[in-house]
Design a protein around this ligand. Structure first.
Ligand code: NDP
Length: 327
């Protein structure tokens, strides 16, 4: 099916929102095409244990995403490995141009492009990216066996990354800008009781230090936010885990955004500022940002898209009637 150039419904993104939308839209006979993007499976593919997906006490993030893809395929979704590089929402059908040269026109679009890791924006961080500075412990942690690493941040991501790194590193120093963590209590408990972990409170990363030849990190200059003093801490790797920014680049000049780049949807729905364009998951959610809430929004987006397409065909169906027919 992947050669189709015109589809009723195009889903962009392959995290929990995208795959859930694909499952529901397939079951509604919309024959959706889902374009996976640069990181098939999204952010969960670079996490380890997931302990809050209902029905799975513990599952690896990548395994969960493989299951979601398999589910979407089994329902008949057309899952395409490609990346949308340009999206024209100025007229319907909407047009998506992909990295491979593929051009797809779609009567309705569900945006589920998620979010990407944020960086601090320091020149030294940029300089050593890939040479000791990383935003993904799951990807790069293995290189730090018996070495010392620093993690920056105080949310769930930072604490999970720090705990994951204890499997390899001899010491993990978590640096946080305040004196309390934002992460879930259970994660905080594990972190603060871990023998390999030290937490440095009320500090920020001022500079990454390192060598030119061979290129590599040797440590960090940390700034005390209470008195302005600085100190040098030795480390072989620095993991930046300060949250995520929505991946709204494709639509930033076309759709209404808010809260620093998140796609705005009508409250209680996934409808964006352009009829026929729906948004779900981390791209639109700056509050909850959980796999399970993203999946829920993916479901809503498929129902909203089905309602929209039915109205275009002259068949008026309210979303609540669709829920009854799909269930
Ligand atoms: P969060 O936004 O929750 O946390 C970001 C952390 O980085 C905060 O502690 C923040 O500090 C700190 N920070 C932000 N900007 C800077 C800066 N410029 N300098 C220094 N520190 C900074 O992001 P996460 O990626 O941790 O989590 C995102 C969402 O995903 C959350 O809803 C989280 O619950 C969820 N998540 C859930 C997981 C799970 O359930 N297993 C796993 C991972 C994420 P401060 O606290 O001072 O604001």
């Amino acid at each position: 099916m992947t050669e189709r150039s015109h589809v009723k419904l195009l889903i962009i993104g392959s995290g929990p929102a995208g795959y859930t939308a694909a499952v529901y839209a397939s079951r509604a006979m919309l024959e959706p095409m889902l374009i996976q993007g640069m990181q098939p499976g999204g952010q969960l593919t670079i996490t380890t244990e997931v302990e809050n997906w209902p029905g799975e006490t513990e599952i690896q993030g990548p395994e969960l995403m493989v299951k979601m893809e398999a589910h979407a395929l089994a329902m008949g979704a057309d899952v395409v490995t490609d990346m949308v590089t340009r999206l024209d929402l100025s007229s319907r059908p909407f047009t998506a141009e992909c990295d491979s040269g593929r051009v797809v026109r779609a009567d309705a679009v569900i945006l589920a492009t998620g979010a990407q890791a944020r960086w601090l924006g320091l020149p030294s961080e940029e300089k050593y990216k890939g040479f000791g500075v990383s935003a993904c412990a799951t990807c790069d942690g293995f290189f730090y066996r018996n070495r010392e690493v620093i993690v920056i941040g105080g949310g769930n991501t930072a604490v999970e990354e720090a705990l994951f790194l204890t499997k390899f590193a001899s010491k993990v120093t978590l640096v946080h800008r305040r004196d309390s963590l934002r992460a879930e209590k259970i994660l905080q408990h594990r972190l603060l009781n871990h023998p390999k972990v030290e937490v440095i409170w009320n500090h920020e990363l001022a500079e990454v230090t390192g060598a030119e030849t061979p290129m590599g990190v040797s440590g960090a200059v940390l700034r005390n936010l209470l008195d302005g003093s600085t100190r040098q801490v030795a480390a072989d790797g620095i993991f930046v885990a300060i949250g995520h920014a929505p991946a709204s680049e494709l639509v930033k000049d076309q759709l209404e955004l808010h809260n620093g780049g998140y796609v705005k949807v009508e409250p209680g729905s996934t409808r964006t500022s352009i009829p026929g364009v729906f948004a779900a998951g981390d791209l639109t959610d700056h509050v909850y940002r959980q796999a399970v809430t993203s999946a829920g929004m993916g479901c809503m987006a498929a129902l909203d898209a089905e309602h929209f397409l039915a109205a275009q065909d002259g068949v008026e169906t309210a979303p609540e009637q669709l829920v009854a027919s799909i269930a």
